[in-house]
Design a protein around this ligand. Structure first.
Ligand SMILES: Nc1ncnc2c1ncn2[C@@H]1O[C@H](COP(=O)(O)OP(=O)(O)OP(=O)(O)O)[C@@H](O)[C@H]1O
Ligand SMILES: [Mg+2]
Length: 380
């Protein structure tokens, strides 16, 4: 590996001249992107920490393995490696899927490079494209949430008052009109109630600061699963993959319930219908190092080491609404209000978290990255 760093150092004439070069292994291990060095027989010669995490296997175990032990031989990754060896040039492949019983990664970009000093060796650098897409989304939903915040205040103020007047008048009329006309007054009342419920939901977008405590995310998920299974998702099979060692989330329990409920409800709606023969929702949690985002308007960066995913095997998100998924009033369902995901985005944003989505027919996954309780908060 030292040759790689040495070559990079040659590209930086003048910089730090005289200072001793940093230890190449330390540089590699600090790199947040997975880096793997394969020898001519595809054995793992070296992996950095990010690669261990990416592959889900420790460096000491990898030292005993071939790439073929982790990835099936028909995977396009091997084509890339062969090409690098044949052409002795760097090659990048985008949107690769690396799937095996031990590993499941989609949308990754892999760059392969030869090491001239070590014939047959190939250096692989992996990048998870979904992380890049996530940052895009983050910006989208922050602005979407802001536009809703203002609108919610106006709506609550301007609509609720006259609405209660309309509802009261309809109730009064109901007592003095014929039974046939009563149907109409009931209709006015019901519709007024529906608008009120909508405005109440909009009010959740208000700009109040959130009150946070240490929240056990698994209790939140269990609560939501029970609610779902006793109501709207009674027909759905649930599967849980929880990491029991996770620390608590630094958040607002009720709001996190709202988030999970909306995601699970969407998933249940997506698997309901004739196209999905075995409707299933998978809830997972886990720990992921190195997920950090900037707090808008500041130079602070927060760690988001905990993730929660909601996956379903429904038809996938319709193409036409994907670019606007987290905006309010975007819906593909006749009875949907299109507020669920806008609210999810708003709450996750208020928590300083991040949401990603990956969807194709038969597999849709929403992934939340959330902050955990740190020493500073724990001692408050
Ligand atoms: N898991 C999913 N699978 C497929 N499509 C989804 C999924 N989740 C959301 N969508 C799509 O995103 C749209 C917006 O979702 P959102 O929750 O914001 O609104 P809604 O579910 O239509 O209405 P509401 O949640 O307000 O009742 C949905 O109408 C649906 O088209
Ligand atoms: Mg919804």
């Amino acid at each position: 590996m030292s040759s790689v760093v040495a070559r990079a150092a040659r590209l930086l004439p003048g910089r730090n001249r005289g200072a001793s070069p940093p230890d190449s292994a330390a540089v590699l291990s600090a790199l947040p992107v997975p880096v793997i060095l394969l020898d001519a027989d595809n054995r793992f010669r070296h992996v950095n920490q990010a690669a261990e995490q990416f592959l889900g296997v420790s460096a000491s175990s990898l030292a005993q393995l071939h790439l073929n032990d982790l990835v099936p031989p028909d995977n396009p990754l091997f084509l890339l490696i062969d090409q690098v060896r044949r052409t002795e040039a760097s090659i990048a492949d985008h949107d690769l899927t690396v799937e095996s019983p031990r590993l499941r990664k989609q949308g990754i970009t892999v760059q392969g490079a030869p090491l001239p000093e070590e014939p047959g060796s190939v250096l692989l650098v992996m990048q998870d494209a979904s992380a890049v897409r996530a940052l895009d989304r983050q910006l989208t939903f922050r602005s979407a949430a802001r536009s809703v915040t203002g609108m919610a205040a106006v709506l609550a103020h301007e609509v609720k008052n006259p609405l209660s007047g309309i509802r009261g008048a309809a109730q009064l009329l109901e007592q003095s009109v014929t039974p046939a006309d009563q149907e109409l007054t009931v209709l006015i009342r019901d519709e007024a109630d529906r608008i009120r419920a909508l405005v109440d939901r909009m009010e959740a977008f208000g700009d109040k600061p959130i009150e946070r405590t240490a929240v056990n995310i698994h209790r939140v998920l269990e609560h939501v699963r029970k609610l779902a299974q006793s109501g709207f998702a009674a027909h759905v099979r649930f599967q849980e993959n929880y990491d029991p060692s996770l620390p608590p989330v630094w958040g607002n329990r009720d709001q996190l319930v709202q988030v999970m409920l909306n995601l699970v409800k969407n998933a249940a709606e997506a698997v309901t219908g004739s196209s999905t023969s075995h409707p299933e929702i998978v809830l997972s949690t886990g720990f992921q190092h190195g997920m950090r985002i900037a707090v808008p308007g500041t130079t602070t960066r927060v760690d988001l080491p905990l993730y929660v995913t909601v996956r379903d095997n429904g038809a996938g998100i319709p193409d036409d609404i994907r670019p606007h998924l987290f905006e309010p009033f975007v819906t593909s369902r006749p009875s949907g209000s299109g507020l669920g995901l806008a609210l999810v985005a708003k709450i996750v944003g208020d928590h300083g978290g991040l949401i990603e989505v990956d969807s194709r027919p038969g597999r849709t996954e929403f992934r939340l990255h959330l902050p955990v309780v740190t020493d500073a908060e724990g001692s408050q």
